[in-house]
Design a protein around this ligand. Structure first.
Ligand SMILES: Nc1ncnc2c1ncn2[C@@H]1O[C@H](COP(=O)(O)OP(=O)(O)O)[C@@H](O)[C@H]1O
Ligand SMILES: [Mg+2]
Length: 412
């Protein structure tokens, strides 16, 4: 008996490893150029966005006569090509202006980047730096940073297009006063024409702005609708040709990516991510080619990443409630709000925390449901009122991973 167990645990010999490595060397790799699937890659062809490209170019063209273009507000869900199209048009415009000796500077800021725009100060410093004005990373009063930025603008002169990508993230972090100052600046700076392009993933964002900022920022609006299945296929086939070696990906696999991303609000970024991860999985499994099953695995992995990230950033009590739910759901298929309250209160006692009221816990459960971390459906209990029946919305693997993560995060 003992011998059998031992023989089961033999270490792969030097020879086996050599064979493994040799096999790997012999095999033609799946990827030809994986970078073609990365977010940074600038594709040569931009599909199904002619209308947006033309509109944006026409609105910006007056800059070539030294006239200030209208401010533009661009919106559409994530992965609809907003950043791609905007950088494509502005970089072509810049190159054209340079050829014709027209003074034009395009300043680009991705407001989601922490170091670029988590404060008003940082954003101004970033933009001033792009104009060649060094501003220390901290220490100056905000007024002074504004003054230096305006001075830098006037010194540079000519035409300036300010692209504020992911502008909704900026306003969430620092409020809309900064945008008010910027739109005022467009009207008041001397010897320089400043126009703003604001790009947002959040469609309702513009309605939350101060009325003056809103009307100034959206003098023109361009909408990026979601891509449909056929459009995503065009985008994906092009990139797949560049990224994979011949015969290394099934057409069915590409179609599946397009179909999944079309369900997910036509997000080209997700489609490209799926393709890349599927290729990596196939490569690691030593499979010959990327097939539909690899796309399924990639989807599972992306969901896992997304869910664990959502769980990781929850506030402490939400983490505790989620932990209580997931622990109970290890044993049962579904559970009611009242039972969760008890487990949650026990956990609080164990950690020396004061528990939240049942009402707050109920709100948290609703929020967890919206985030897709659990399923919570309201059921009526007749004259005893209503309660929520909670069940699992994630796969078994994700369930285990999140439980482990919460355990670590909560020090349980
Ligand atoms: N029309 C298109 N043609 C080719 N590639 C596209 C197209 N639209 C988006 N992509 C690709 O999809 C990804 C997401 O596009 P992006 O412009 O970043 O979207 P958004 O800024 O709207 O979130 C990028 O890798 C981009 O190259
Ligand atoms: Mg973008």
């Amino acid at each position: 008996m003992e011998e059998r167990t031992l023989s089961h645990y033999t270490t792969p010999t030097q020879k086996t490893l050599e064979n493994l490595f040799e096999d790997f060397m012999k095999k033609e790799s799946i990827f030809k150029n994986k970078d073609a699937l990365s977010i940074k890659y600038r594709p040569e062809k931009i599909y199904h966005r002619d209308e947006q490209i033309n509109t944006l170019s026409r609105i910006l063209a007056p800059v070539l006569r030294n006239e200030k273009p209208s401010n533009i507000f661009i919106y559409g869900l994530t992965g609809t090509g907003k950043t791609l199209v905007t950088t494509y048009v502005t970089s072509n415009l810049e190159a054209f202006a340079e050829k014709h000796n027209i003074k034009l500077r395009v300043l680009f800021a991705n407001c989601k980047m922490k170091k670029v725009a988590d404060t008003e100060y940082r954003l101004l410093a970033h933009l001033a730096n792009l104009l060649g004005e060094e501003i220390p990373t901290t220490g100056l009063p905000t007024d002074e940073v504004y003054r230096r930025f305006y001075n830098a603008l006037e010194r540079v002169g000519g035409n300036v297009i300010l692209v504020l990508d992911e502008i909704d993230a900026l306003v969430k972090k620092v409020g809309d006063e900064l945008l008010y100052n910027f739109t005022r600046m467009c009207e008041t700076t001397n010897d320089v024409n400043v126009s703003i392009i604001g790009i947002s993933n959040d469609l309702s964002f513009i309605d939350c702005l101060d009325a003056r900022v809103k009307s100034s920022l959206s003098e023109e609006e361009i909408i990026f609708p979601p891509y449909n299945y056929e459009q995503l296929k065009d985008i994906l086939f092009d990139r797949a040709m560049l990224a994979f070696n011949e015969g290394k990906i099934d057409e069915a696999a590409i179609n599946k990516c397009a179909a999944l991303a079309a369900q997910e609000h036509g997000d080209a970024r997700r489609a490209l991510d799926l393709l890349r991860i599927a290729g990596e999985i196939a490569e690691r499994n030593n499979d010959d080619r990327v097939e539909e099953k690899h796309i399924d695995m990639a989807e599972e992995k992306l969901d896992l990443d997304r869910m664990t990230e959502a769980a990781r950033v929850l506030p402490k009590h939400s983490k505790l409630v989620l932990f209580a739910i997931l622990t109970v759901l290890k044993r049962k298929k579904c559970v009611l709000t009242g039972d969760i309250q008890k487990s949650y209160e026990l956990l609080c006692a164990q950690m020396g925390l004061r528990p939240l009221t049942q009402r707050r816990v109920s709100d948290i459960i609703a929020e967890l449901d919206i985030q897709g971390l659990i399923n919570a459906s309201v059921i009526s209990k007749g004259r005893y009122g209503r309660t929520r029946e909670i069940s699992l919305s994630i796969s078994k693997t994700t369930h285990d991973k999140i439980l482990l993560l919460l355990k670590q995060e909560l020090d349980l």
